[in-house]
Design a protein around this ligand. Structure first.
Ligand code: SAH
Length: 221
């Protein structure tokens, strides 16, 4: 992870990115403000400064990708993040999505199965800006029961099904956003699950099609 250096050039590129996301249909001003605030280029190698503000996914090592800004904005908007929400994120990856959630005032419990990517948090240059992010190495299918229940759960990899243990770790009235692998094609169906406050039933809504790296079982060294 890089030294903290944010310049007017980077800020200008961020402003352009936010305008682009707005034109693509992102409406939540708080989400757009968070994207304007978090220096996305610091999550990339310095040679990639410009790429960092293009609306596309990019390789981050261990065969994984940092999600496209539009996808991050879409998932965050769908999660209706409130200040102090306790959020479980599956797939820490570059820590960019975690930082967006933290910039919105959430307490983030993020879990990553790739040791190489998990270890990056030790050099995370925005650690002091976002002390509410807590990092865990493990399998997201198991969730993090020690800190459950969560107000919100966000899965940032393509799940083959909704992990039952995560449903158990969601509060009544809580929201889970999960891209679910479609059996018929290579797309994933972004799905919003809302747990009832009264009887644990789940309401399911289809939001749109997306493309993610797969959510895999177990951990990788
Ligand atoms: N939120 C990340 C997106 C990274 S891509 C970002 O902003 O950069 C998805 C990540 O999910 C990858 O890093 C992958 O290793 C991780 N992943 C896949 N299956 C997982 C599982 N079962 N538990 C935890 N992490 C998982």
């Amino acid at each position: 992870m890089r030294q903290y250096l944010d310049t007017p050039l980077h800020q200008g590129l961020r402003k352009k990115l936010v305008d682009e996301l707005r034109s693509k249909g992102i409406k939540d001003e708080l989400v757009l403000q968070a994207i304007l605030k978090v220096p996305r280029h610091l999550f990339f190698d310095s040679i990639l400064d410009k790429v960092a503000y293009e609306d596309r996914a990019f390789a981050i090592g261990a065969g994984q990708t940092i999600s496209q800004p539009y996808t991050v904005a879409f998932q965050t908007q769908a999660l209706s993040v409130k200040k102090n929400d306790k959020i479980l994120e599956v797939g820490t990856g570059s820590i960019y999505q975690s930082s967006i959630l933290a910039a919105l005032g959430a307490r983030v419990f993020t879990i990553e199965r790739q040791k190489l990517l998990f270890d990056n948090n030790k050099h995370f240059c925005l650690k002091h800006q976002y002390p509410t992010i807590k990092f865990f190495y493990g399998d997201g299918f198991e969730g993090i029961p020690a800190f459950a229940p969560y107000d919100k759960i966000l899965i940032t990899a393509a799940a083959p099904f909704v992990p039952p243990k995560l449903i158990n770790q969601l509060k009544g009235g809580g929201i889970m956003i999960v891209p679910i692998q479609n059996a018929e094609d290579s797309n994933q169906r972004m799905t919003r699950l809302t747990k009832s406050i009264t009887d644990d039933t789940i309401q399911e809504e289809f939001l749109d099609n997306f493309s993610f790296v797969p959510m895999l079982k177990g951990t990788a060294k």
